[in-house]
Design a protein around this ligand. Structure first.
Ligand code: MLC
Length: 511
């Protein structure tokens, strides 16, 4: 069973229905189905086979959607990549995944080509230019195809559909292998719980290279047969306007998006009476934001909880009065959770422990990384790394209270400090670096670093060091501030005391 089965079904049964309105480029389900097949044919013709990894590093676009679904159609594996990743990051993703093909545009390729050309046997396809491997621009290659039908690749539900790279505790991102089963079962669970129908109009403002924007929002919408209003990039005023203009019924966002929506409400005050549900995820939604949003719009945001490795895990109930701030609700159909102590046994109901997850939503493991996969599972349960408790007086409703690992979530993106610390420590003037997440009203948390300078360096050039990071890491991972420090706070074992460091940096930021 191929996830695409469900995403093209309305192209067969209701071809004239509008599927996607991408900033006024309007595609019906019929056109989308036709274009997916065309892209699939092209990929086949260019030598892509079942199980091949195809890396897509493209801005949000209809090209991205057709290529991703074309890859899926022929049973290959999509690697969705942030257009903002640095050339070094891209080289790592492509070589680690042993990708067969890299698809990007000319502008991005100008930045990445030096690194990419090092990779042997990699086919390169550019959407708007001729590639060094000889393929003409995407549109030209598509036009060269003669019309013929291509059968959907039959797959086992446990075949890999997508590899999503996520920031890693040890500094190197890991490729989470997500199966067709994971995507299909989660998609249907969300359809049911959020009462998604073909009458909905989903406003899509998220990036397409992550679980939230690609699977939860886009796949979910195409599966339900609803209309998608898609914006290239999130803009709060455009979002409010679009809700009124297109009579949208659903929006999905990260808390930063809701924070910016609240701050622009006064200047817009659009008619949002068509809206059915505002959904938030990817980062914790603060209680005061939940209340402020309700005060100005009359809507209670529906918060849900997920992670790349398990898709969506829990959701607040659909009934507005049962949506509670700070709680992420109950497990989705088919998903089980436990709250576990350090001895790997369940804590007493109501006590805090690590959230463990099991079900058809849970990923297959990390690509090419048996060790990390083993560390992440215990007897078939996925150890989420999130700390939480279940309220025994409210049908075991889940609350999240922190993280077992040092993860920073900034504006819905995950960043492990180690990845940033490694880059800082490669700089000639840095002897030692430590990175923490500090509260930020807009991003929820922001990346902030402390560095111990080498003996011969008298002063920190903060801007130069931030730019140095930007040359090596996607911009959202780079510290917003870097402070010099005499010595990092450490315990007797020499381990950096991050809680202590956080307090020091919070004081420095306030000054
Ligand atoms: C952008 N910037 C960020 C940032 N987003 N910095 C820290 N954290 C972020 N999240 C920086 C850029 O690097 C740039 O810096 C500057 O801000 C402006 O960039 P921009 O592109 O104009 O940003 P903006 O449009 O303001 O983006 C904010 C945002 C975006 C909130 C719209 O971050 C976003 O779409 N976040 C959603 C992430 C997401 O989809 N997560 C899902 C993961 S899946 P400079 O210095 O270069 O100018 C997952 C599972 C689950 O977690 O449960 O969903």
């Amino acid at each position: 069973m191929n996830v695409v089965n469900f995403l093209i079904q309305h192209g067969k049964s209701n071809p004239s229905k509008i599927a996607i309105d991408f900033e006024n480029d309007i595609w019906t389900y019929g056109k989308l189905y036709h274009m997916i097949k065309k892209h699939a044919l092209l990929l086949r013709k260019l030598g892509i086979r079942k199980g091949d990894r195809v890396a897509l590093q493209l801005p949000k676009s209809l090209d991205f959607i057709c290529l991703h679904l074309g890859v899926q159609y022929i049973g290959a594996i999509t690697l969705p990549l942030n257009p903002g990743y640095s050339p070094e990051e891209i080289e790592y993703f492509l070589s680690d995944s042993q990708s067969a093909m890299y698809i990007t545009n000319g502008e991005i390729f100008q930045r990445t080509k030096k690194n990419i050309e090092r990779l042997e046997d990699l086919k390169i396809l550019l959407t708007d230019d001729t590639s060094p491997t000889g393929f003409e621009p995407l549109g030209v290659e598509l036009n060269k195809l003669s019309e013929r039908d291509l059968e959907l690749q039959k797959l086992s539900l446990d075949d890999i559909s997508v590899i999503c790279y996520t920031s890693g505790t040890t500094g190197k991102p890991k490729g989470a292998m997500i199966s067709h089963r994971n995507l299909v079962t989660n998609m249907f669970a969300l359809k049911k719980v959020w009462r998604w129908t073909e009458n909905d109009v989903l406003l899509h403002v998220l990036p397409l290279f992550h679980v939230h924007g690609l699977f939860v929002a886009l796949h979910g919408a195409l599966n339900s047969g609803c209309k998608v209003i898609m914006h290239r990039k999130f803009d709060p005023v455009m979002t409010w306007d679009a809700i009124e203009r297109h009579k949208c019924t659903m929006l999905m966002g990260v808390p930063t998006i809701y924070y910016r929506l609240v701050n622009t409400w006064e200047e817009v005050k659009s008619d949002i009476s068509s809206m059915r549900v505002f959904i938030s995820g990817s980062a914790p939604l603060l209680e005061n934001l939940f209340h402020r949003f309700e005060e100005i719009t009359g809507h209670r945001i529906l918060e849900r909880y997920g992670m790349t490795e398990a898709q969506m895990i829990t959701s607040n109930p659909y009934e507005p009065e049962r949506r509670i701030p700070k709680s992420v609700g109950y497990p989705l159909p088919g998903v089980q959770i436990r709250i576990v102590g350090p001895d790997a046994t369940d804590v007493k109901p109501g006590d805090i422990g690590e959230v463990w997850v099991r079900g058809e939503n849970v990923f297959l493991g990390y690509w090419n990384n048996i060790e990390k996969t083993k560390e992440t599972f215990h007897d078939g349960w996925l150890k989420s790394g999130d700390l939480g408790y279940q309220d025994p007086d409210d049908e075991m409703r889940l609350y999240l209270v922190g993280r077992a690992k040092e993860l920073i979530i900034t504006g819905g993106y995950n960043v492990y400090p180690k990845e940033v610390e490694n880059v800082l420590e490669e700089h000639v003037s840095v002897a030692e670096a430590a990175v923490v997440g500090i509260y930020d009203p807009d991003f929820g948390e922001k990346v902030v670093a402390a560095v111990v300078l080498k003996n011969h360096v008298s002063e920190l050039d903060e801007e130069e060091l931030i730019n140095y990071c930007k040359g090596r890491l996607a911009s959202y991972k780079c510290p917003k501030r870097i402070f010099p420090i005499e010595g990092l706070p450490k315990n007797a074992m020499g381990k950096i005391q991050k809680t202590e460091l956080k307090k020091i940096l919070e004081r420095k930021i306030k000054v």
